[in-house]
Design a protein around this ligand. Sequence first.
Ligand code: ZN
Length: 329
Amino acid sequence: MGYSIEVKNNAINKIRERKLSTEREADLRRDKIFSELKDAKEYERKIASCGIKAGRAVLSGGDVKHELEKLKDESLKLQAEYETLLNSKGYSIKDTEPKYFCEKCNDTGYIELKNKTVMCSCLKKAMVEFACEELNRRSPLSLCTFDDFNLDYYSKDLDSDYPRSSYEQMKRIFDFCKKYAETFSKHSKSIFMNGMTGLGKTHLSLAIANEVIKKGYGVIYVSAPILLSKLEKEYFSKNKENSTTEDALSECDLLIVDDLGTEFTTQFSSKAIYNIFNSRLLLGKPVIVNTNLTLDKLEKIYTERFVSRIIGEAERLDFFGRDIRLMKK
Ligand SMILES: [Zn+2]
């Protein structure tokens, strides 16, 4: 799963806290029940002792089957009596136990599956929620969806440099992106978004991210400058255990890099970007990249080979028209 360490830790902490507070609540309820029903505690002790005796019987050998059946009967009888006692004050045995949010894993976040410990769906869901939060926090815009993308800002006049109006072009791009998000899979095509600032590239990238995250995929959305400063920090830090960004970038289901070319370019940055993209493309893992730079300028920074490699693999979306941010003001 391609989530950042921060997202993973937040999700694990959330589940841990949920478990603790559920158990704390159960303790309080039990205290209350025990104070109201003085025999209740004794019943609990007796029922638990049946379990311990059963364990001993198995270990000691002899007529284990007979002994276990006897203990089972005894335990069931005690439970029935206990339940009756609790009912007399309007409680049930369930009230003495923690009411876990997830019954599959009892809020541990992990389950046993074919002799393997695997992540429970509740932990995965928590990760998706935090990934979404992280995405929204880092993005320059708040939550961007397809619903709040307004095509009316684009001109319907034919553009002299292009075969169609910017409205028509944006309608095509919008439809493509929407369908892309709806039908996303781990091996979807990559997308290369190109065009001037203020035409909706970031908005549509975020809309795709939101939609794909909702489907439960691991998505990393990051702007190129932030990405590179993170990689650089990790690369030059002594503590290599913190070097998780690179792993997450190659592992996630969808990597979206916003504003490629606006970062401060060094030999390190162009090599790092090349490595990330190349390793994903080799594995057939999708990347969405958007840039305000012309292809010429991009080639100068990242070599012709790199640019043609991306464009060759990706669906190219050309954004043109007038800056819609100015019109919105
Ligand atoms: Zn669970």
